[in-house]
Design a protein around this ligand. Sequence first.
Ligand SMILES: O=P(O)(O)OC[C@H]1O[C@](O)(COP(=O)(O)O)[C@@H](O)[C@@H]1O
Ligand SMILES: [Mg+2]
Ligand SMILES: [Mg+2]
Length: 347
Amino acid sequence: MAREWAMDHHQTLQSHLASQGADADCAAVIEALAEAARELARQIAIAPLSGIDEGAATVNADGDVQKALDIVADNLMRDALRRAPVAGILSEEVNLPETVNAAAPLSVAIDPLDGSSNLQNNISVGTIFSIRPRGRDVLSSFFEPGTAQRAAGFFVYGPQTCLVLAIDHRVDLYVLHPTLHEFILAKSGLRIPQDTPEFAINASNRRHWSGTVRNYVDECLSGAAGPRGRDFNMRWIASLVAEAYRILMRGGVFLYPADSRPGYREGRLRLVYEAHPMALIMEWAGGSASSGRARILELSARSPHQRAPLIMGDVRLVRDVDQLHEGVEPLFETSDAPLFARRGLFR
Ligand SMILES: O=P(O)(O)OC[C@H]1O[C@](O)(COP(=O)(O)O)[C@@H](O)[C@@H]1O
Ligand SMILES: [Mg+2]
Ligand SMILES: [Mg+2]
């Protein structure tokens, strides 16, 4: 007999949200996303991942090459959100936020397919989302700090399709049951395991990093004999959702810092639909997320696709990186950049 998750009496996403008294509008948005994710998981499973049949390459608002599945994912997610109580949608794949129903209470920022630059390798990819109250107008919801988020989460399309959901100050894990076709609660109240000596960074960028980041990684690499006094393990999956999932399961720290390459002076990851939702998930699972100089949840974007450095995971490991930044002038980010102010371009 194969082993299965001890799925909590087959409690579905819908029944669990209702039993926990989740806000009805938030629940409707999450359920709409889950429906789209079920279909996206199915399409990923049958699509060519190699890029062979993809036709002409297009680029998104940020200049990233779009894969055919990026477009499929974007259409599925935005179609689903248009049927939910949503005022506006900001998608990685679209230049400007879309207005859906200006009177609706919530707005959603979304990375429809995260990790897609490595899709051809059949690694885990995912969908990241951030649910926020509608601001004075549709645009302004996306320029609030991350503390304004009502809920956030990500789906992983991997060996198992799952949903990690941060809502009402807890983080729950649901797994898509392959025959019931429902997201079933697998664990409520995830907590990041502490003191796991493990870091994740794309070390091929070492020559572009600041001295601070280089110092931190060198200290980890020097192991038990070095200043951190422990042997560290290293991981790099190149898929943010898979890295975040690993941290929730095993602990450790993830870094995508700013570096000196053109276009990377504020890091690679996008603040509103990558760093903000991951930061909420980390904090509500007992961890933290920082840019090295500020708490990610306190940063506001100056433009929809604003980037930010992201260091996330175990509170103590994130604090070690923050401490190395103390008193060191920013090398790449300028301190007058609106990323460091409370509001940005549209105000
Ligand atoms: O290829 P790099 O520079 O290591 O970057 C990997 C990072 O880029 C991303 O793929 C960016 O996300 P998208 O695939 O949504 O653009 C993250 O998932 C991942 O952490
Ligand atoms: Mg992404
Ligand atoms: Mg993406």
